[in-house]
Design a protein around this ligand. Structure first.
Ligand code: CXF
Ligand code: ZN
Length: 366
């Protein structure tokens, strides 16, 4: 079928919305009409090729929509189901079988290699294959994706908010709940108050952390952090040494920290602001840092850990996030600014400038 999709043709090109061909779903796949798609910084990294997804490509990996048709062998879904997508995984390797799909052996190739595991793509233009992202390519009116990437959205969750749960929101919340697991009453510092950091803050509040310190340079984001659960905020505009300030607030240092910024200097500050025996999680890519292994880690029994997608098993974790949302504890919809699909370049620009915390594109295919 012919659909409209946003294509990136060459490195750094803007998105152009054009007609493309979408093939029928094969075994285990389904055709989904996209209602909305979040924009994530990783889409920008792919557009500028800091993350080398093959081009030309249809990016987008926070899609949600309604199942229109299912291919042979699809067991979990039927036409009419409301679904949201997350990252792709093979379902067959030891990590997937053990319930840890973020460490799937095929994670890099299946999510960033541009094609399905067999090397094929359901998307093409003028007879030439278009690369896909996260097995979904949600900057489009329709996608064909494997049912393993999808999660049902209950009727009491508005469908158009659901897409970001599959990447940015679970990345922040999952780092706290699935890996750091702070104790009630403990302290946590969160560096960066974009959608990932604010999700970590909401998760820390639900756990019952007693001290939640938000660090960012933008006053409006720190205000939002306070509204969502931060007990203290540190502005890097006004404070030259955020780590020192966090030591002042917590006494011995924070019990754990999350760095969402992708900036090595912030990762270093996050590590420095914690107390001995603590863990610091890095959940945003791109930074370089130097550290002294003895002084910064070993002699103080500290851990510096990388976490992909909040260590989440989306089929289990996303329903939990939606349950917290419907109970009013996890108002992640407050992070969203909506844009028409045709305004995708403006939406991306607003994400990069900080004007939008989480941009969500509304598709409007008939
Ligand atoms: C990605 C970031 C790069 C490593 C894999 C997961 N998250 C999606 O935006
Ligand atoms: Zn993402």
């Amino acid at each position: 079928m012919q659909i409209r999709a946003a294509i990136v043709k060459k490195t750094g090109d803007p998105f152009v919305i054009e007609n493309v061909e979408l093939d029928e779903p094969l075994d285990g796949e389904m055709l989904v009409k996209i209602t909305a798609s979040g924009i994530c910084h990783t889409d920008e990294l792919a557009r500028i090729q800091a993350l080398p997804v093959p081009l030309p490509a249809v990016l987008g990996h926070e899609g949600c929509g309604i199942v229109e048709a299912v291919g042979a062998g699809v067991k979990e879904f039927e036409p009419g189901d409301r679904v949201t997508f997350s990252f792709a995984s093979c379902g067959k390797c030891a990590s997937c079988l053990g319930g840890w799909p973020t460490t799937c052996e095929s994670f890099p190739s299946i999510n960033f290699g541009g094609a399905q595991p067999d090397g094929s793509s359901r998307l093409s233009q003028g007879g030439k294959m278009l690369a896909t992202m996260f097995g979904q390519s949600s900057f489009a009116e329709y996608v064909v994706a494997n049912e393993r990437c999808a999660v049902k959205v209950p009727d009491d969750v508005p469908l158009e908010i659901a897409g970001p749960l599959g990447c940015g929101i679970q990345t922040g919340a999952g780092a706290v709940w699935n890996r750091l697991r702070p104790r009630p009453g403990s302290s946590i510092a969160v560096f960066g108050c974009g959608s990932v950091g604010l999700s970590a803050i909401m998760a820390a509040k639900i756990v019952g952390c007693g001290t939640i310190v938000a660090v960012d340079r933008t006053a409006s984001r720190l205000d939002m952090a306070k509204e969502l659960g931060a007990t203290h905020v540190v502005s890097t505009e006004n404070t030259s040494d955020a780590a020192k300030e966090i030591h002042r607030l917590t006494g011995l240092g924070a019990d754990c920290a999350v760095d969402t910024t992708g900036n090595g200097l912030c990762t270093r500050m996050a590590l420095q602001c914690t107390k001995a025996g603590s863990s610091t999680a890095v959940v945003g890519g791109g930074g370089d840092m130097t550290l002294n292994v003895e002084h910064d880690l070993m002699s103080v029994s500290k851990s510096l850990i990388g976490i992909v997608e909040g260590d989440s098993n989306p089929k289990v974790f996303i329903p939990e996030l939606m349950e917290h949302y419907t109970k009013g504890r996890f108002p992640f919809d407050r992070l969203i600014t909506y844009y028409d699909f045709d305004s995708i370049n403006e939406a991306m620009a607003d994400c990069l400038s900080g004007k939008a915390i989480k941009a969500v594109l509304r598709m409007s295919a008939r």
